[in-house]
Write a protein that binds this ligand. Structure first.
Ligand code: MOS
Length: 752
């Protein structure tokens, strides 16, 4: 007789699960970096410099120091000397150049550079005193204008780990010259700044016994811990970094930002706890998506079949580091063409170094490329979707390697069906309703699937509760919830019996969260740790009277469900995990495991491409008299392997799409080159989509089983949602209006 008491409850991979940290977040129990209550704390306020380039000639701190409550004013003249002057230090991003170090010297490298830190007993005193620090400068000539900086563009060094130069094939120039259909145009993306809700902030809890806890907003607690230990000479036992909750991050937290350095320096100097929070304006003094200039030349046969792809791109960087992105590779990977070439340069300007921002490289390169593809589709008189299918490549067309999987055809099919693409009228300006022109556009998205070394610990207690721990972060993506689902799946426990702790450098090793790799990597580590616990449980079951699981040789022979181990070959034989632990006299089973690419994985990583794909369809309604563009519908169909949590995964795509809408229509940091400064450094003038801008967004995940891409078959969804959404919108605007816009964002002034 099979066990018919009840069907085992299987909540696991594929079950839509609410965020496990949701209640903490909405009830104020979640503490962000600037919210930890620390006794006897000093408040630090950063003074931002006024000029873009030159040097400080004098600092008058008299008035600031006279403010009651002010304890110290740190500048380059009196800051403590720290081991950071070891010039060999490199952060995890390994960007070639010389990283900016706050208060290092009198030299000014960019506008808004921190020039002093005022420390006071209250925030108000520190802020007021900071306004009284009188800094004089000797200005040197500067340039923050991207167009002007192009004169100084150069091929970057290839030393950065993550930068892959394009692989060229055939003779793109000759093929373009001979092509029956040609398209050549120059495309542009504005500078965009990171504006997560939580500004960069640090609270240092100086314990007074030589140890300190650093609550910091970042995307990787252990990277920040290494950075701080290197600089200040602490051991990892002495200095702990916590980022348990992160109020959004899109890449600005991949590197430690200057407030954490200043806060720890101040704490060490004053032997006190210190909090430093950047202002919203100061968020415009560091990481930003590089401005981009991209000339695309496409040659094709009269049918529209591509014969040549040629891209020449430049992105902005600072004068002290060369931040590189993969800009020109995406179209070359995605589309079949016998001839292709790409060239990529960086251009220095007197700003902080540009940086990764959600889908760095692809969000710029693929998006702009997909506008060019749309243009050629019209020239070929081929429907834009048919045009993509005509040039579809089953293999990675640039590396010439097969994909572990590519369900892009299915994404096109399902996205088009959900959108109703078939009923599109091909001519621009041919769809109208009242005074509104309607446009339908589409584009292809592409991103990478990565898997990196990550550790996790699983701890099962006799009361049937499981705790999962890993140092990984949750930058808003739902990482903790995803890890709970993997654990629930592996050990057959209901999610409410599982707790998760992440975002703490004391926990098992994890790299920074970025690159859409945390679910695949952390998930694999949690699965291994839970399997190790499962093995111990099965061993413990041997002590249970009558040995009901005697026939099980390994955990492969049992199903973990509903808190029990059930024999696969005879489901009437089962042992509850609690009984097994009790029989074996175990209070706790604790296992830590590390998931990492093995030799076979590494060979496979070289011989097979691993990418996430998407098909984005957009509807816009344009009021030409007002220049108003509304994005009324988006369908984003994503092929991202296995989806662990459909609910949080959908949220990632929704967020990416909204950010893509910002890229298409709103986000743009404008510089005033006379002052060398960003002008719109606040959320009143730096526009992002608000609720009224966001209408109907439909997310589809197409079926894409892929056992080879990562251990769980997961590809990651944090970034793909932004890629090419702006292109679909720009292409829809062309279809609505007949106006082709090649510079993003497409603001009202460009339309009328
Ligand atoms: Mo992101 S640019 O992967 O933080």
């Amino acid at each position: 007789m099979p066990d018919t008491r009840h069907e085992p409850i299987r909540v696991g991979i594929g079950t839509p699960l609410d965020r496990v940290d949701g209640p903490d977040k909405v009830t104020g129990q979640a503490h962000y970096a600037a919210e930890y209550a620390v006794p006897n704390m000093l408040y630090g306020v950063i003074v931002s410099g006024r000029i873009a380039r030159g040097r400080i000639t004098g600092i008058d701190e008299t008035a600031a120091r006279a403010v009651p409550g002010v304890v110290e004013v740190l500048t380059h003249r009196n800051r403590p000397s720290t081991p950071w002057l070891d010039r060999n230090y490199k952060d995890e991003l390994n960007i070639p150049g010389d990283p900016f170090r706050a208060l290092e010297s009198e030299h000014i490298l960019f506008s808004g550079q921190p020039v002093a830190l005022v420390l006071a007993e209250t925030f108000e005193a520190a802020r007021f005193a900071a306004s009284l620090v009188d800094v004089s400068y000797e200005a040197a000539a500067h340039n923050i204008d991207f167009e002007a900086s192009l004169a100084e563009r150069f091929l970057p060094s290839k030393k950065r780990n993550s930068y892959h130069p394009p692989k060229n094939h055939g003779d793109a120039d000759a093929a373009f010259a001979a092509a029956e259909l040609k398209h050549e145009a120059r495309y542009h993306l504005a500078t965009e700044h990171h504006n997560p809700m939580e500004m960069h902030a640090t609270t240092v809890d100086w314990h007074g016994d030589g140890t300190l806890t650093v609550y910091d907003k970042n995307q990787g607690s252990q990277g920040v811990q290494s950075y701080l230990c290197n600089i200040f000479g602490f051991s990892k036992k002495e200095l702990r970094v916590v980022n348990a909750f992160v109020g959004g991050a899109f890449g600005s937290g991949l590197r430690p930002q200057y407030q954490v350095y200043l806060a720890v320096m101040a704490a060490k100097h004053t032997q006190r706890s210190v909090r430093v929070v950047m202002t919203r304006q100061q968020m415009f003094t560091h990481a930003h998506r590089p401005e981009a200039d991209y000339t695309i030349r496409l040659g094709a046969e009269a049918t529209g079949k591509l014969t040549s792809i040629d891209g020449d791109a430049t992105t902005s960087t600072s004068r002290f580091e060369n931040n590189m992105e993969d800009i020109v590779i995406w179209g070359m990977i995605n589309y079949a063409s016998p001839n292709m070439k790409g060239e990529y340069c960086v251009a220095p300007r007197d700003t902080y170094t540009s940086a990764d921002m959600r889908a760095p490289g692809a969000a710029t390169g693929m998006t702009l490329f997909e506008i060019a593809m749309d243009e050629l589709a019209y020239k070929a008189k081929v429907d834009p979707l048919d045009f993509r299918l005509l040039n579809y490549s089953d293999i990675d067309a640039m590396y010439r390697t097969p994909f572990t999987s590519k369900a892009l055809r299915e994404a096109y099919r399902d996205g088009a069906a959900a959108f109703g693409w078939d009923s599109r009228s091909p001519e621009p300006r041919s769809m109208k309703e009242g005074r509104e022109l309607i446009g339908w556009g589409m584009a292809t998205g592409l991103w990478t699937a990565e898997f990196v070394k990550t550790s996790a610990k699983a701890k099962l207690t006799a009361d049937g509760r499981l705790e999962i721990t890993s140092a990984t972060s949750d930058i808003g993506t739902g990482t903790g919830t995803v890890l709970v689902l993997v654990a629930a799946d592996t050990l057959g426990l209901p999610p409410d019996r599982i707790s998760v702790r992440i975002g703490d450098s004391d926990l098992p090793h994890s790299p920074v969260q970025g690159g859409s790799r945390a679910a695949a990597s952390g998930g694999a580590a949690v699965q291994l740790a839970c399997e190790a616990v499962g093995k111990r449980l099965l061993k413990a079951a041997e002590k249970v009277d009558g040995q009901p699981l005697h026939a099980a040789r390994s955990i492969e022979d049992v199903i973990f469900a509903d808190g029990r181990m059930i024999l696969k070959s005879d489901p009437s034989k089962a042992v509850s995990c609690a009984d097994a632990m009790q029989a074996a006299g175990l209070e706790v089973i604790e296992e830590e495991q590390t998931a990492q690419p093995g030799l076979a994985d590494r060979i496979s990583q070289m011989t097979r491409s691993r990418n996430v794909h998407s098909a984005v369809f957009a509807e816009v309604r344009v009021d030409e008299e007002l220049g108003q563009i509304r994005v009324t519908r988006i369908v984003n169909a994503v092929a991202a392997g296995r989806i662990i949590n459909p609910k949080t995964a959908r949220s990632q795509i929704l967020g990416g799409v909204v950010m893509g809408m910002g890229m298409a229509l709103h986000e743009e940091t404008l510089g005033d080159n006379r002052l060398g400064r960003w002008m719109n450094h606040n959320l009143a003038e730096y526009h992002i989509p608000v609720n009224a801008d966001v209408h109907d967004i439909q997310v589809i995940f197409v079926d894409e089983p892929d056992p080879d891409v990562t251990p769980l078959g997961v590809k990651g969804v944090g970034e793909i949602g932004i890629v090419s959404t702006a292109a679909a919108i720009a292409n829809a605007i062309f279809h609505a209006t007949g106006q082709r816009h090649r510079s993003l964002p497409i603001t009202i002034d460009k339309l009328i």
